[in-house]
Every structure is written in C-alpha cells, then in structure tokens.
Design a protein around this ligand. Sequence first.
Ligand SMILES: Cc1ncc(C[n+]2csc(CCO)c2C)c(N)n1
Length: 197
Amino acid sequence: MPFIEELINGTLDQEKFKFYIAQDSLYLADFGRALSLVAARAHTTDHALEFMRFAEGAIVVEHALHAGYFQQLGIQKSTTISPACQHYTRYLLSTAALDQVEVAMAGLLPCFWIYKEVGDYIYKQPQKENNPYQEWINTYAGEEFAGIVKRAINICDEAATKCTPAQQQEMTDAFVTACKLEWMFWDSAWRMEKWPV
Ligand SMILES: Cc1ncc(C[n+]2csc(CCO)c2C)c(N)n1
C-alpha cells in the first residue's frame, strides 16, 4: 500500500502519519477493551492470562510509542473517530461481547499477525538513514514482538481444535473480516478519511 511504501522510504506526508497515529490511539484504547473482554470470557486461565497480558501490551507498550510521536510531531488528540476506525473498533468490541469467544479471538488476531508481516516486509527493504518513522518500524520487526504474535496464533489454533467445523468457519470469517478492516485502516490514513456528511 502507498502508506507503507512511503513509510519505508521516509517520504510519507507527515500529516498522513499524524492522522494515522491520532486514529490509532483511539483504536488502541478500544482494542485493549476488546482484549480484556476476551480475557474475561476465556475458557482456560492460561488463555485468560495471555489476553490480559496482550491487553496490557496494547495499552502500555503501544501507548509509549504513540506518546513519543504525539510529543515529537505535536499531534492533537483526535476527538472524531474516522469511519474506518469506528467500523473496525465497533466490529471487534461487538464480536468480543456477543460472539463465541473463539470467534472473537480469531477476529483479534490480524491486528497482531498483519503488523508482524508488515514489520518483516519493511525490514527486508533497504533501510533509509534518518527515516523519521524508524521508531515505528522497529516496534514491529523485533524478536519480542514475533514471540507475542506466535503466542496469539497458537492460542487461536488451540481454541479451534475445540470447535465444530461450522464454528471454525466462523473463526475464519472473523479473521478475514478483521484483515479487510486492517487494510481499510491503512487506506483511510492514506486518504485522511473524513465523514462524507
Ligand atoms: C490498526 C492497528 N492494528 C494493529 C496494530 C498493532 N497492535 C496494536 S495492539 C497490538 C498488540 C499488543 O501490542 C498490536 C500488535 C495497531 N497499532 N493498529
């Protein structure tokens, strides 16, 4: 996507990045809530603990990255959630609250997995010196993050073994929907998406 290509070569319009970070901080607050809901609804204490840790990571670790950019780039906290961000966060929260917990877990997985794939892809490209977005890049290409993603994938695989084929299909559908919403989130940042009315 152009947003990611320009992030890699450091030419991304700062206003687009600021829009992305401001919306992403709204996303993260709700993502943390969705993770906490799934922790509360998990069937095993192991899974509950893992989701509690993920929720903490989403709020504390990601917040630290954001806080740096908020200060450095003078980003204003956005009070208006973009259409794509609202669609994605409401989808995750309603899935976490109302759907079978395994389906909610599958819906939360692309957030981890796609950032890992994007992080690895970026890291394989020639690195630009003095890229203003380097700190963001480093967050998602590291070993520590890879370990977290592996754990999230393993939990979903383990949870799926206890599901019927129809439930597994629901898990796949939730995963695919969330992948599309990840795509829409990048795209909306690139377009600095506004409400049409
Ligand atoms: C739209 C959007 N999707 C995924 C992430 C990445 N992410 C957010 S929380 C979390 C798990 C705990 O750190 C991960 C990988 C993001 N920042 N913004």
